[in-house]
Design a protein around this ligand. Structure first.
Ligand code: ZN
Length: 313
């Protein structure tokens, strides 16, 4: 009897391990169902520069989280056709970067309304058309759009929160302040306890801090942690649980703390090259660390968010 129970529990552990492996395996450019009517499409960041997309099914239409680059938008449109006959009515830009918004015009051409927090439109005014034009030199899909700049979101909100609820499902759009950009939007499905975080939370060494506010970043993630969340669908990297938010917040806290203490010790930027962060945040540490350290150094020594240094007020 005991042996049988033991075998059963070993099988349960194996099954759980198998599920864990499946969920953490990278599957770029594929779409998978996360919950009834909710799909996650992992973008190939490494080779194509794509962000992740989430598709949410409502009674009569679909909502897509993030417009992606044009090539990512087209690939997502193809996948969407395979999973549902319903039209995409709304596309929500979680932020202004090209991998989340440069496909906007393709979605609106196809009949969708692009949505974002006001901060996304403001960031576009701040950085565009320079970034679009630079990207068009590097990416054929952007050049082939033959546009002078990104198409701004058609509808913006400045209040936390904005809600779409058609009786079949409730979808909340949240804004908690400046972390990765000044427009970071979150999409929350309260019934399913799913949170789409854009790049305010990523799963892996994918944090770009250039337009960010490193010092405030953990506060934004902590505000999002107050939601009841079972599944986190990040802007880059594979899905995770609520611990992903805690880890992301901790990474920014540790980065800021380590650089601040180096500054207090009178160290210079060139001394920071070997700066190390604790093992607890190693999921987020990669080739980008030196850039993140440099951004944190500038933020701390100049006393303002890095995005203000890069983009002005
Ligand atoms: Zn991104």
């Amino acid at each position: 009897m005991h042996k049988r129970l033991l075998i059963l529990s070993i099988f349960a552990c194996l099954a759980a391990a198998a599920l864990f492996v499946t969920r953490t395996d990278a599957k770029p450019e594929t779409i998978e169902r996360i919950a009834p009517g909710v799909w996650f499409r992992e973008g190939d960041l490494k080779n194509l520069g794509h962000c992740n997309n989430i598709v949410v099914e409502m009674k009569d239409y679909l909502i897509v989280v993030d417009a992606n680059f044009p090539s990512g938008a087209r690939a997502t449109m193809e996948d969407v056709k395979r999973i549902s006959d319903k039209p995409v009515k709304y596309v929500f830009d979680t932020l202004h970067h090209g991998d989340h918004s440069y496909g906007n015009a393709l979605w609106t051409d196809a009949g969708a309304t692009t949505l974002a927090y006001q901060g996304v439109a403001d960031e576009m005014k701040r950085y565009e058309p320079a970034r679009w034009q630079q990207t068009a030199k590097e990416r054929k899909d952007v050049a082939d759009m033959h546009r002078p700049s990104v198409e701004p979101p058609k509808q913006t909100f400045d209040q936390n929160m904005y809600v779409l609820d058609d009786g079949a499902r409730r979808v909340e759009f949240h804004f908690y302040g400046w972390a990765h950009t000044r427009g970071d939007g979150f999409v929350y499905l309260p019934h399913e306890q799913i949170l789409c975080t854009g790049d305010a939370v990523v799963n892996g060494p994918y944090n770009y801090t250039g337009d960010g506010n490193i010092g405030n970043w953990p506060n934004v993630v902590k505000a999002a942690q107050k939601l009841n969340v079972k599944t986190v669908l990040p802007g880059h990297g594979v899905p995770g649980g609520p611990d992903l938010m805690a880890g992301q917040a901790l990474f920014m806290t540790e980065l800021h703390r380590a650089v601040k203490s180096a500054v207090h010790q009178g160290k210079h930027p060139e001394d920071l090259a070997k700066l190390q962060l604790p093992d607890s945040v190693k999921n987020w540490v990669g080739d980008g660390l030196s850039g993140q350290v440099k951004d944190a150094y500038e933020e701390i020594t100049q006393g303002k968010p890095h995005g203000e240094i890069l983009g002005g007020k």
